[in-house]
Ligand binder design. Structure first.
Ligand code: ATP
Ligand code: I3P
Length: 304
């Protein structure tokens, strides 16, 4: 039976006459082909990527497996619609902490219409995309069996500053991740660090982006996932990164994807800093007047 994915942290959500992805029990994620050319573009990307022999296996593992398309009843009740059939990345996870980070200071592809450029440019300027080269689109952070996930709604992320981003990346790997707590970065070394941790994976992806000129990944996200309960048991935290959302990927035409690469380098720097200074707090509370306190000092926008 098809269900609404419980671990989706960003993007278009299914339900109540809304079009969004669905999942089944066998580990497949069904993403409806979006209107305009977004759906067909994402399908072209998956088709081309799946058959491209130049993609090394150690890079292919960062992408969801593609199983073609299937006609399904759309979640908005509009009838049969083609869906991309993808690997469900949350399959096998019990209580995953997940963060969606949209990479690139610019989120529109070169051939986009003036209206679309204007919409994206506004959003890129108002968010951290322009200053940082990436923005956090959403997350869920597992706390405890009793309190479940901290999963703020979309509004919460819209006005994030660079310090909010720093703080969120710290809270993501803290034992006490919530709106008003000081991050302790208890899991930073097991999740971000180590030879197979998130930083090592990002560096592996970066090495490929320094060379590949096949695709340009506009508006694509890095999805970071780990299991806090595994980390607490002292076992491998299952930390992994995957890339999602290829609706705006275009051909690279022999040029490196400097937009994605720049954003990736910036994210790598933020995560490296957490590993070298896990005790620092952002924003430093001593520097803040009451009136200046960020999102993280209130419960605004928190969807408990
Ligand atoms: N293959 C997958 N398996 C599991 N979850 C996924 C998968 N692909 C995407 N998701 C979840 O769905 C969210 C949105 O995905 P995606 O960005 O592809 O959708 P979208 O509606 O095109 O987003 P946007 O509005 O940003 O364009 C991701 O943040 C992630 O939580
Ligand atoms: O990052 P946010 O704040 O969630 O903003 C969304 C994001 O830019 C998506 O990429 C975009 O979908 P497309 O990439 O498919 O255009 C969506 O537009 P939409 O709501 O008009 O679909 C925006 O709302």
């Amino acid at each position: 039976m098809l269900k609404i994915p419980v671990h989706q942290v960003a993007g278009h959500h299914a339900g109540d006459r809304k079009l969004g992805p669905l999942v089944d029990d066998s580990g497949r994620f069904y993403k409806p082909l979006q209107s305009d050319d977004r759906g067909s573009n994402e399908l072209s990307f998956y088709t081309s990527f799946s058959s491209n022999m130049k993609i090394p296996d150690h890079i292919r593992r960062f992408f969801p497996t593609f199983h073609g398309t299937q006609l399904l009843e759309a979640s908005d009740g509009s009838g049969l619609l083609p869906h991309l059939v993808l690997q469900d990345l949350s399959m096998g996870h019990l209580n995953p902490s997940i963060m969606d980070i949209k990479i690139g200071s610019r989120t529109w592809p070169p051939q986009a219409s003036e209206d679309y450029v204007a919409k994206c440019l506004k959003r890129d300027r108002e968010s951290t995309s322009v200053p940082l080269g990436f923005r956090i689109s959403g997350f869920q952070i597992y706390r405890t069996k009793e309190t479940g996930f901290w999963k703020p709604n979309r509004q919460f992320f819209l006005s994030f500053s660079a310090d909010d981003v720093r703080s969120a990346l710290r809270k993501f790997v803290s034992s006490n991740g919530s709106a008003d707590s000081d991050p302790d970065c208890a899991f930073a070394s097991v999740v971000y660090g180590g030879s197979t941790g998130i930083l090592a994976q990002l560096l592996e992806l970066k090495a490929w982006f320094e060379d590949q000129t096949i695709f340009h990944f506009y508006s694509c996200s890095v999805l970071m996932t780990f299991e806090k309960e595994l980390a607490l048991e002292g076992r491998s935290s299952g930390a992994e990164i995957k890339l999602v959302d290829f609706a705006h990927v275009v051909e690279g035409r022999g040029v490196i994807d400097h937009n994605f690469l720049g954003g990736l380098c910036s994210l790598i720097k933020f995560i490296s800093e957490i590993l070298t200074t896990p005790d620092e707090c952002y924003p430093p509370k001593s520097c803040l007047q009451d009136s200046e306190k960020s999102h993280f000092c209130s419960d605004d926008g928190v969807n408990e």
